[in-house]
Design a protein around this ligand. Structure first.
Ligand code: SF4
Length: 330
């Protein structure tokens, strides 16, 4: 059977050439069996340009009562989701959780807090810096990631000085439609400015988003190119788990075939980057998580998410090992 001509064209990526937005849009119209050919190409591109599989873990270090109104989020104080709320954990509690996942072999660990962010180094921010200092002292090999919301240049610099390796600041969707699809209590401009502050101080960027919000294929393609233009080193891709009490509670769950196309297109647009299957892997995509990992992913979050459970680290480690069998260079 002949390969779809848009996929044949996309094989150029294996030679180091870039796709245009209109070429990526053509790939969104692929259907049926051709989707597996697209998945296969994405896997070849990943195997050539980003061969190692890496797992990371996160801790929800401060949960709930957020002043922002992100439509997908269980932790927004604007929605009624019944999520557990607690103030910032102590540095010792953060260390204890980090040590648990370190002992299981995970070497990237993210401290995540709910809320707008930190424009000033207030008491709470300084307690995060103290936690970072403790982690660096006790677990010096651990790569320290943070996801704390919007920063000023001062707070970005302080995180860099205290050993931040990578910072997560998701675009979530097409930046042009952020206010409509995600939130109007803060701006995408402030988020992009935060990324620039961090890059100026040498912090690597993790920047991706969510599928299944009600966005179009054009929005997905625009997000893929926006991540490329921001030179994000890590790109976490989430599949929405509609949460009761949020404005998106009635959204239909995304089809696995659409997720496979979206993941593969992200890999073709960002061939060398760490692209991570984040939330939705076990809870939404269930039986299809292996197929989706082979659609160009080379990373995943293990050991649970912010407000939903995941799978155990041991089980995920075996899963990653099984994935390497499909690849020459992993
Ligand atoms: S995503 Fe972050 S900023 Fe938005 S509502 Fe949730 S915790 Fe708040």
């Amino acid at each position: 059977m002949k390969l779809n001509s848009d996929i044949v064209n996309a094989y150029r990526v294996l030679d180091g050439q870039e796709l245009t937005e209109s070429e990526a849009m053509a790939l969104t119209r692929i259907a049926g069996n051709d989707i597996l050919d697209l998945v296969s190409l994405a896997n070849k591109v990943r195997d050539k340009f980003a061969p190692k599989f890496i797992a990371c873990s996160i801790i929800n270090a401060k949960s709930g009562v957020c002043s922002q109104n992100c439509k997908f989020c269980a932790q927004s104080g604007c929605h009624h989701t019944g999520v557990e709320s607690y103030p910032l954990l102590s540095p010792e509690a953060i260390l204890e959780s980090a040590r648990r996942i370190y002992d299981l072999g995970v070497r990237s660990y993210g401290i995540v807090t709910s809320g707008f962010g930190y424009l000033e180094a207030d008491d709470e921010f300084n307690r995060i810096l103290a936690a970072m200092d403790l982690l660096r002292k006790e677990l010096p090999e651990l790569k320290l990631c943070l996801s704390l919301g919007i920063l000023s240049e001062t707070t970005a610099r302080l995180l860099a000085e205290h050993g931040a390796w990578r910072y997560n600041m998701n675009l979530q969707t097409n930046p042009d439609r952020y206010a409509e699809l995600i939130s109007d209590t803060h701006s995408i401009v402030a988020k992009i400015q935060t990324i620039r502050h961090l890059q100026k101080h040498g912090v690597s960027i993790c920047c991706g988003g969510i599928f299944g919000l009600g966005e179009s294929w054009e929005d997905r393609v625009k997000m893929a190119f926006a991540c490329r233009d921001l030179d994000a080193d890590g790109i976490p891709l989430n599949v929405l788990l509609p949460i009761e009490g949020t404005p998106l509670e009635d959204r239909p769950v995304m089809d696995a075939a659409d997720a496979a196309k979206a993941f593969a297109i992200f890999r073709l647009v960002n061939p060398t980057k760490m692209i991570k299957f984040a939330a939705g892997r076990e809870t939404v995509m269930k039986d299809f998580q292996g197929l989706l990992m082979l659609a160009g992913m080379n990373s995943m979050i293990t050991g649970g998410y912010l407000t939903t459970r995941g799978r155990g680290v041991e089980e995920d480690r075996n899963f990653l090992y099984q994935l390497t069998i499909f690849n020459e260079n992993a």
